[in-house]
Design a protein around this ligand. Structure first.
Ligand SMILES: Cc1cc2nc3c(=O)[nH]c(=O)nc-3n(C[C@H](O)[C@H](O)[C@H](O)COP(=O)(O)O)c2cc1C
Length: 220
């Protein structure tokens, strides 16, 4: 696949076939992604690769926490975004709920969707990313690059991915089940598996702002 085509065709997948991803495929995807650049070649990424019974247990624990209304407690807090960004999120939600046929006032259906989200959209495999707590914010850039490399590499194996911060809402649960020590900061996750193209959510096309809105040219 051409690089430009890969970048354009990657999209968040929110519905998966049940068949697990073979371990050697996951290894190859992660090996490819390890070629990502990082500041001073620190390679700060650490990843829990999850499947089988452990994933079942994790999904159940996250689901129960979310269902019982425990407030999220991310290691990296997310303050409420300014209006500009909030509007983009609202637009995304409108498009997604529209495709799913969920009405604006249907709180029950929205809650069900949120619970599916925290269960990695029932993907057969999942990745959780963390890094040494002593590293600065710059290392988060490295982790982001690593995630994008994983998502692009996954395409070469017919895999779909969804990056998710909702799945790291309850770090205590992740630490307990995945044995992640307190010295690590948990950054985010990826749901990974073979896309179920029958799932309407996978038809969602997230819009992008035009080039002019985010570029400032100097010396041209
Ligand atoms: C850091 C990060 C966190 C995200 N968290 C979630 C999430 O919790 N749930 C979800 O459905 N999508 C999540 N997404 C996916 C975004 O909604 C998606 O990337 C965006 O709408 C652009 O769409 P695309 O990935 O299909 O191009 C996340 C993406 C990123 C980069």
């Amino acid at each position: 696949m051409e690089i430009a085509e890969a970048i354009k065709s990657r999209k968040s997948i929110r519905g998966f076939l049940p068949q697990p991803v073979p371990k050697d495929v996951l290894e190859e995807v992660l090996r490819l992604a390890s070629h990502s650049p990082s500041a001073n070649n620190r390679q700060p990424w650490e990843v829990a690769v999850i499947g089988g019974e452990v994933l079942k247990q994790l999904k159940q624990a996250l689901f129960e926490a979310a269902k019982s209304g425990i407030p999220p407690d991310h290691d990296i807090p997310e303050p409420p975004p300014p209006e500009l960004y909030l509007n983009r999120s609202r637009d995304l939600a409108r498009r997604l709920y529209g495709i799913l046929g969920i009405a604006r006032e249907d709180r029950e259906a929205r809650e069900q969707w949120a619970l599916l989200r925290i269960r990695f959209f029932d993907a057969p495999n999942a990745l959780i990313f963390y890094q040494d707590r002593r590293l600065g914010l710059v290392s988060l850039l490295d982790i982001g690059l690593f995630l994008q490399s994983i998502m692009l590499a996954a395409l070469a194996f017919g895999l779909g991915t969804c990056p998710e911060t909702s799945v790291v809402s309850y770090p205590k649960i992740l630490r307990r089940i995945l044995n992640i020590p307190d010295e690590k900061i948990i950054v985010g996750g990826i749901a990974i598996g073979y896309p179920d193209w029958q799932q309407p959510a996978n038809k969602l096309e997230s819009p992008r702002e035009p080039l002019e809105s985010f570029t400032r040219w100097h010396g041209f």
